[in-house]
Ligand binder design. Structure first.
Ligand SMILES: *[C@@H]1O[C@H](CO)[C@@H](O)[C@H](O)[C@H]1NC(C)=O
Ligand SMILES: *[C@@H]1O[C@H](CO)[C@@H](O)[C@H](O)[C@H]1NC(C)=O
Length: 270
């Protein structure tokens, strides 16, 4: 069973990348996936602090109107923030998700120079480490599960994932969907990637899922600038019994964000 990590466990540690086991309830758009915070801290009364406030406020204000945007703080142009919602979802979902993400960031990454949080339906990141517009295929979170499948399922999975890579992202969002037989797949890029970089990122995500998920009937991988998921129809979840088959998941946590800073990763044992 997952161990609960309390603030007291986490606080003495200067880094953080926390993974909490979350179900894959499709409707729980604000469910937590992962977060990462830089090791560096800023002080409360600095220009940097007002820069962070300003970009996160802009992020919150923009989310009801667009699935992606980026902001630079007027007071300190080194502070950049962006958000990306799953661009197939309604604006109301986006804005609610982004509000939750910002509140997670304020508690998990309080005073951290850089921070990122991924919830089910949205991603928010801020910092001064020039991440805007840059490709990032570091693996931050990976999970495979479902009831063990078979070779036929694997081949459907591979073609569903292949369809994502081949798909052109629709205008106005990096969301892609694909399917093959009983297997569905989706991916989402962060909007600062161009179409080619998005395809490259999705391709890297698909390769991770193919290489790391064996016969799993569901899987998801989050890279720095995109994520991809697949699931068998009628088996969209990572069933709670999966762990008993020793099949539940592959936890991979990379120090992908804020690469110049020390990171320690924590994954919660099952
Ligand atoms: C980011 O901001 C922190 C805190 O102000 C500073 O120490 C660091 O040098 C900055 N990094 C960059 C890349 O500007
Ligand atoms: C960041 O936002 C500005 C202003 O909306 C936009 O012109 C620019 O293309 C965006 N940059 C990236 C990399 O998304």
């Amino acid at each position: 069973m997952a161990t609960r990590v309390t603030a007291a466990t986490v606080l003495p540690v200067l880094w953080l990348l926390i993974l909490l086991r979350t179900g894959i309830c499709a409707d729980d758009y604000s469910a937590f996936v992962y977060a990462g915070c830089s090791q560096g801290r800023y002080s409360a009364d600095s220009q940097y602090a007002s820069g962070v406030d300003s970009v996160l406020t802009s992020v919150a204000n923009s989310a009801p109107y667009a699935p992606y945007d980026n902001f630079t703080a007027p007071s300190d142009s080194s502070v950049v923030g962006l958000y990306q919602c799953r661009s197939d979802l309604p604006a109301s979902v986006c804005s609610g998700c982004v509000r939750s993400a910002i509140s997670r960031l304020s508690s998990l990454c309080a005073w951290a120079v850089g921070g990122a949080v991924q919830l089910r339906a949205c991603f928010v990141r801020y910092g001064n480490d020039s991440f805007l517009g840059k490709q990032d295929t570091a693996v931050l979170f990976k999970k495979c599960g479902g009831t063990p499948g078979d070779a036929g399922g694997v081949s459907m999975r591979d073609s569903a994932l292949g369809a994502l890579v081949a798909a052109a992202a629709p205008a106005g969002g990096g969301y892609r969907a694909g399917g093959s037989g009983a297997v569905q797949a989706m991916s989402q890029c962060v909007g600062d990637l161009g179409a080619k970089s998005c395809s490259d990122c999705v391709s890297a995500a698909a390769a991770q899922l193919k290489a790391g998920c064996g016969y799993a009937t569901a899987g998801e991988v989050y890279l720095g600038k995109c994520y991809a998921r697949f699931w068998a129809n009628g088996n969209g979840g990572f069933s709670s019994s999966a762990g008993r088959h020793g099949f539940d998941l592959v936890h991979v946590v990379a120090a992908g964000f804020f690469a110049s800073l020390a990171y320690v990763s924590l994954s919660l044992a099952i």
